[in-house]
Design a protein around this ligand. Structure first.
Ligand SMILES: Nc1ncnc2c1ncn2[C@@H]1O[C@H](COP(=O)(O)OP(=O)(O)O)[C@@H](O)[C@H]1O
Ligand SMILES: [Mg+2]
Length: 307
């Protein structure tokens, strides 16, 4: 079976803080790795928990293998910038003279977009690496992006460089990366959200920004943490009908719990309806995991829901 994820070389997983970006990155990585793809997960200056989810060694600024076919790297902008300098300025002595100069460092920090580009550019660079036989070192690079605001800033980095940098190597590379990111055949943004009112509003805004402002292809919206409904809509109505509860009574406590759950289910229902009505890309639903979500078993279960 082919899925929209299969043919992409670059995936950018973003959304509000805490919605499940890292969890989704881990699940997508597992799906693709199980289909024989060599996957690199790249995160940016993260207090990383991917290694816990995939039960592998900690992830630092060197690439490590977490599971069969899954590698990861935690990109630090300073290190990325230094590597980038070494790569583009080839000669070490020149590199040292340029990059280890304090004034130059201050200048780089002040150059718009450069810090973000250093991180995203490194992630992109890994899509271009090849093995000795000429095949790609990684079939796909998944960026576990910083939360919404910073995730957008990061995407704007190369765009700023494409738009304002003088012609030269820096701009050429940013242009190459940008043409990959904006190519719907090779790249896709995965938006992660929760089935709640505010996250859905933010996701719809983000979808709009991706399209009209950045002009990047959005592949799918993952709705994470979906509760299995316990009640029908009639039952929810009945549970929420006004009544006098006496919390000292066990039956009343159960009723109160039922009413709380019914309220959450209504919020979730409305959020899902809104998403279905407003989103024109596939929606993927991941259930709320009640026990030990930070485990390979839980992530494998979530991965089985992703096509
Ligand atoms: N489907 C889920 N079911 C239960 N808990 C979840 C689920 N997805 C994420 N979580 C929990 O929510 C928190 C945030 O998830 P995480 O993937 O780190 O989000 P982000 O990377 O967007 O900040 C974590 O504690 C994680 O264990
Ligand atoms: Mg995260």
């Amino acid at each position: 079976m082919t899925s929209p994820l299969d043919s992409r070389r670059f995936l950018y997983v973003t959304g509000k803080g805490g919605v499940g970006k890292t969890t989704v990155t881990a699940a997508v990585a597992l799906v693709l790795a199980s289909r024989g793809k060599r996957v690199l997960c790249a995160m940016c200056q993260a207090k990383e928990r991917l290694s816990a989810l995939l039960e592998g060694p900690p992830v630092g600024d060197e690439i490590v293998e977490l599971q069969h076919n899954i590698w990861a790297v935690n990109i630090q902008p300073e290190v990325a910038l230094a590597e980038y300098g070494q790569m583009t300025l080839k000669v070490r002595a020149v590199y040292r003279a340029v990059f280890e100069n304090r004034l130059v460092k201050a200048f780089l920090r002040a150059t718009p977009g450069l810090y973000q580009w250093a991180m995203l550019g490194k992630a992109w660079y890994h899509t271009t690496e090849t093995l000795p036989d000429g095949s790609p070192r990684f079939d796909v690079v998944i960026v576990d992006a910083p939360s919404t605001g910073h995730g957008l800033d990061m995407l704007r980095g190369p765009k700023v460089i494409v738009d304002v940098a003088p012609p030269g190597l820096l701009r050429r590379e940013a242009e190459k990366a940008w043409s990959m990111f904006s190519d719907p055949k090779r790249s896709g943004v995965v938006l992660v959200t929760l089935p709640e009112e505010m996250p859905v509003t933010e996701t719809l805004d983000l979808l709009e920004t991706m399209r009209s402002d950045l002009k990047l292809p959005v592949l799918e919206v993952v709705v994470n943490g979906v509760l299995p409904p316990l009640f029908s809509s009639e039952e929810r109505g009945a549970l929420l009908a006004p009544r006098d509860l006496d919390p000292s009574q066990l039956g009343d406590a159960a009723l109160a719990a039922g009413a709380r759950r019914a309220r959450r289910e209504i919020v979730q229902h409305d959020a899902l309806v809104r998403l279905r009505e407003s989103v024109d890309v596939p929606l993927v639903y991941l259930p709320h995991v009640f026990a030990d979500v930070d485990s390979l078993k839980a992530i494998s279960d979530l991965a089985s829901r992703i096509h």
